[in-house]
Each structure stands twice: as structure tokens, then as C-alpha cells.
Ligand binder design. Structure first.
Ligand code: ZN
Length: 128
């Protein structure tokens, strides 16, 4: 079964593919569509977590993860890439293939070196 990413219209797997977020195993999970859920220990169920939308200074969606009272704002696209996209060469940045920075489905993300990412960005600017 296929579904569409609400941001880009790309086909994504309909079955929710959830994977543990590294360092938050059993507590937070990320889906291949860029959704985050957390385990509610009182209700004994997974609850969808609100994602912080972009603002003027920061163009990427973020989510607040809490562990032992320690809160961290994480970039959603990095969480998706770390969970679903192989990175055998240990590239350091995550590129949004279609240029839409709020589109965090796994199909739209790819690992790139800083240099490759800059080149992709320049190409997109030239197209506009
Ligand atoms: Zn998308």
C-alpha cells in the first residue's frame, strides 16, 4: 500500500514504518514520513508528538526529545535519515532532494558531504 507525503506528493509506504530513535530506544520513535511518537508509560501506548514548525531563523522542522529531564531539540530530517537511510561513507549532512526543507519523508532525504550539499543548493538556486 502506498500513501503520499503531504509536503511533496511523493509516494511513501502506507504501512507506518516506525523505528526507535537512536539513544531514545523504547521511548521515542520516528516514521519514514517524518512523524514522531513517544511511549506514554501511564497509558501504555504510543502518542503522536507535536513537531515544532519552521520559523524565520530556522527553516527546518524540529522536535523536542526528553530523556532523564534533559530536553533536546532535534532536526526531524536528521532523525529520519539516521533511522532509514544508510550512510556507509559517514557523510555529515542530510540533503532534501526536492529542496523542500519541511518535507521529511525518507524518499526525499539523502546523505551528502558538506561540499555536495552546497553544490546541490547552488543548482537549485540557479533553476529558480
Ligand atoms: Zn515528502
Amino acid at each position: 500500500m502506498m500513501d503520499r507525503c503531504v509536503e511533496c506528493g511523493l509516494n511513501v509506504q502506507k504501512t507506518d514504518r516506525w523505528r526507535d530513535i537512536k539513544g531514545y530506544e523504547g521511548k521515542y520513535q520516528i516514521s519514514d514520513k517524518g512523524e514522531v511518537q513517544y511511549w506514554d508509560d501511564n497509558k501504555k501506548e504510543w502518542i503522536t508528538k507535536a513537531i515544532k514548525k519552521t520559523n524565520k531563523n530556522n527553516k527546518y522542522n524540529r522536535v523536542n526529545l526528553t530523556k532523564s529531564r534533559d530536553s533536546k531539540l532535534k532536526y526531524v530530517h536528521r532523525l529520519v535519515a539516521e533511522a532509514f537511510i544508510d550512510n556507509p561513507e559517514n557523510k555529515e549532512t542530510v540533503d532534501h532532494i526536492n529542496g523542500k526543507r519541511t518535507c521529511n519523508c525518507a524518499e526525499n532525504l539523502d546523505w551528502k558531504t558538506q561540499k555536495e550539499n552546497n553544490e546541490a543548493y547552488e543548482n537549485q538556486k540557479r533553476k529558480k
